[in-house]
Design a protein around this ligand. Structure first.
Ligand SMILES: Nc1ncnc2c1ncn2[C@@H]1O[C@H](COP(=O)(O)OP(=O)(O)OP(=O)(O)O)[C@@H](O)[C@H]1O
Ligand SMILES: [Mg+2]
Length: 265
């Protein structure tokens, strides 16, 4: 494989008031093996930030640091600042943190319960009992996830009866019932057909008005269609992070250019 300069990079900075999440010098180790190397990057509020890079470049590993999903599998050092707190500190209540920073995975994973129960699960766990309030959250989450029209008459049907694209939108709806600030999406459309993908992309775009969205995608068209900023990862290093239009038309780094033009490695 071609050797690229891993030290040089062009990392965009934002005004402090625009920053939703600020990662500083993050290193991740799976046992002895280091998979993320000194990654520092800021995530601007109400924008869509895409992570791109080859398989194994560390996109998911770094994404999972952002809501402590690596706790049981890896050692993470460095700071990840959210609302004045370092979420990487042991004092953080991870359960509460994940209400603010939600996650949706590659494979839709609805619970084997009704559509409605998928959405009320977290609310009930947090002691919300008012039926009117619950119904209101169910409706608004489904609307935000662009699924309401399709399921409004079958809320008591099993979520397992949904199509892949509908199930993924249900998982997005489920992630927003607790009204998070930030949504992490790891290849949310890779298991879906083009029509469902388009619907999810439209949903993500709309959600960015309310939330900060950080998503991993292998689909470059998708990154260029919907994200505002793009981060390119290579071998666990953040090589370049800039406006999506810049990354896809005039990247600063050779590795980025080779990757987006398909001449990688
Ligand atoms: N649970 C784990 N235990 C050990 N090593 C892991 C684990 N998860 C990931 N890795 C290693 O960390 C590196 C980065 O993996 P990661 O899954 O973050 O890459 P990725 O960019 O998300 O790849 P893909 O595009 O295939 O999803 C790889 O070398 C991978 O083998
Ligand atoms: Mg991955």
């Amino acid at each position: 494989m071609k050797q690229y300069d891993l030290t040089k990079n062009n990392i965009i900075q934002f005004k402090p008031e625009r920053v939703a999440l600020d990662a500083k010098h993050v290193n991740v180790f799976y046992g002895e093996k280091q998979s993320t190397f000194d990654v520092s990057m800021q995530f601007p509020k109400n924008r869509i930030i895409a992570f791109i890079g080859a398989s194994g470049s560390g996109k998911s590993t770094f994404l999972r640091c952002l809501n402590r999903m690596n706790d049981d599998v890896a050692t993470v050092d460095g700071q990840i600042n959210y609302e004045g707190l370092n979420i990487n500190s042991s004092a953080i209540n991870v359960y509460e943190l994940r209400k603010q920073i939600g996650m949706v995975f590659q494979q839709p994973n609805p619970f084997a319960k009704s559509i409605k129960d998928n959405l009320t699960f977290a609310l009930k766990k947090h002691g919300i009992k008012d039926n009117k309030q619950i119904d209101q959250v169910v409706k608004s989450s489904l609307k935000k996830a662009a699924l309401y029209e399709e399921v409004q008459d079958s809320l008591n049907k099993s979520a397992m009866s949904l199509s892949g694209g509908q199930a993924q939108r249900l998982c997005i709806a489920r992630a927003i019932t607790m009204n998070p600030d930030i949504l992490l999406l790891d290849e949310p459309t890779s298991a879906l057909d083009p029509i469902s993908t388009k619907k999810i992309e439209a949903t993500i775009k709309e959600l960015s008005e309310k939330y900060t969205i950080i998503m991993v995608t292998h689909n470059m068209q998708q990154a260029s269609r919907i994200s505002d900023y793009t981060a390119f990862f290579h071998m666990g290093h953040l090589i370049e992070y800039d406006k999506t239009s810049k990354i896809f038309t005039n990247p600063s780094e050779e590795a980025t250019e080779d990757y987006i033009t398909g001449h990688f490695g």
